[in-house]
Design a protein around this ligand. Sequence first.
Ligand SMILES: [Zn+2]
Length: 103
Amino acid sequence: MADEFTSKLDAYLDGELAAADMKALDAHVRACPACAADVLGRVQMKRAIKSASQRYEPRSEFRAKIERRLKPRAGFPKDPLYFRLAGIAKHRIYVARWPPHLP
Ligand SMILES: [Zn+2]
């Protein structure tokens, strides 16, 4: 069962929280069976992924295909202003549709 700590469990396991938050989560996980089980499952999944990554090497064609997809597209704007305007436009579309039409 999720609680207010659940969303921080990945950051906790990766050691990405501030020291005070790490300490609070550590204490919580020790006292909360649901979060302790969740942490255990996440640790097992991380180990399985790490283990699989050591056993399997992607074919060179697959690696090349992924790398091509990750390269920025020619002509695609890199200006942060573009992203800000796109965000505003998205928000305006959302507002224009409010309230949503219910079936
Ligand atoms: Zn908990």
